[in-house]
Ligand binder design. Structure first.
Ligand SMILES: [Fe+2]
Length: 205
């Protein structure tokens, strides 16, 4: 059942089930905006260390070059985050982003759980697109909040990054759909052809 709402859309604040706020909790949208900016700043910096590993593990020349391009873009995005801090008159500070740490860990696990070649490439694209979608969600929100707060310079800078993340996502889909997914599927068939009939049961389980 939906929570009853008052005419201004706010739920009655009886506090039932609500988590108590930490002493440093954001008191308004400005502080919340700053908190999320610190989070994505940490995430971008972490990505500049994670992407080189993805480049090394990719086999497709096109995928390697897409990751290499995005590494350059990510380094620019780190600098752009610093410009956003400057635009809002705050010192650039990174605050650990648990979600990005998890997504990067997942990308590493993806490498360990796939043979190098098109199967690993398909896995790397999957991991990279999860990262992109997280970034798109964060920057999308930050753009909306910057506009709401009248921080037009910050909004313009963040929108630039948002568009770069969307472009990277489209590029990855393009590579996957052009040949990586198909080649990854073919690898399975090649494996089957080389597998003696007696041990083929693995695929038909
Ligand atoms: Fe990024």
């Amino acid at each position: 059942m939906a929570t009853p709402k008052s005419s201004n859309g706010k739920s009655p604040s009886n506090g039932a089930g609500k988590k108590p706020a930490k002493s440093n909790a954001a008191k308004g949208l400005h502080e919340l905006f700053e908190d999320q900016l610190k989070d994505i700043y940490w995430a971008e910096k972490a990505l500049t260390k994670a992407i080189p590993k993805m480049i090394k593990n990719a086999t497709s020349t096109e995928l390697k070059s897409a990751f290499t391009d995005h590494l350059d873009v990510t380094e620019e995005q780190v600098a752009r985050c610093e410009e956003v801090f400057e635009a809002i008159g705050k010192k650039a500070t990174a605050s650990k982003c648990e979600a990005m740490e998890g997504l990067i860990k997942e990308a590493e696990e993806m490498m360990e759980s796939t043979e190098p070649g098109s199967v690993r490439d398909a896995g790397l694209i999957c991991a990279a697109q999860k990262v992109e979608h997280y970034e798109i969600a964060t920057y999308g929100t930050l753009v909306a909040w910057a506009k709401q707060l009248g921080e037009s310079e910050a909004a313009t800078l963040l929108e630039e990054t948002l568009n770069e993340e969307k472009e990277a996502d489209v590029t990855l889909t393009g590579i996957a759909e052009a040949y990586v997914n198909e080649e990854a599927e073919d690898t399975e068939e090649e494996d089957d052809e080389n597998t003696p009939t007696m041990t083929k049961s693995k695929k038909t389980k």
